[in-house]
Ligand binder design. Sequence first.
Ligand code: KPL
Length: 310
Amino acid sequence: MHMLILGAGALGSLIGARLSKTEVRTTLYSTNESHTKAIQKYGLLVEELDGSTQSFHPAACSTARSLKDPADVVLVTVKSYATRQAVSSIMRCCGSDTVFLTLQNGVGNWEQMAETAGPEQVLLGTTAQGATLVGPGRIRHGGGGPTFIGERNGPPTARVNTLVEVFMKGGLPTHSSDRMEHLIWEKLMVNVGINAITALTNTRNGMVADLEAGRALSRSAVLEALHVAQAKGFALDEEMVERVLQVARATAVNRSSMGQDVDRKKRTEIDAINGAIVRFADDARMDVPVNRTLTQLIQMMESNYLKCSQ
Ligand code: KPL
């Protein structure tokens, strides 16, 4: 099996590293040239949770032109706003039976991929793994929990089970699921309750659970988002507030992906996370002041640094 990791940032690189130790031929694709060059030259270094550093040797490239071999599986880990363009850019190395799997944050990724790759080809996934890009060719595993993979509708198929097996062989605790939409919304709650808060306060995930103010802010954001999810028919309950804090503890040393985007003055996924809650709430005439404020603060900070870097 040849797996192309489309968007090998921190998370994509972590998964690519793990899978490169299995029988799967793994290619990391990232437009971050210094990252791919370092991987080609020295391998991919992973700072593990136990303090050791391991090196992995997946193939790496930074242009679609240099992708020679057809991909059996495309694992999509690009930022949610780049999904459509990224998938279109690699279609020439995909066939009619190439399977696409999204492991991205936020909602709306499946729809964007299905438009380009075809709905039959696209699987849904979520992961509670956290990773930080430390520098070119070097990432830090920040801890985490299970990964789930499934069809958009219906029970797990042979292709889902194969991918679950492959992930397990790579040492990533993974399960199949027949309720992926629900799990995507659960993951959305995790990102709603951690990402913008840590990005704005310059903290790592653990602080959300450790500080009283962090817990209170996360709780308010998650409760608002829960009500929106319930209005859309997802049976999530208040227990989610504690589950979000558990993920914050399990990834305590990790800087959330939005925190890393802000640190590197890059566009964030706010529109697909707290911003998505605001849009759904507006449609349903619901009030979500905490999510609106978090969204506006991130948008303001992001617009400022993106403008300055032009
Ligand atoms: O998904 C994440 C992210 O940072 O985007 C978590 C699970 C919160 C890990 O940091």
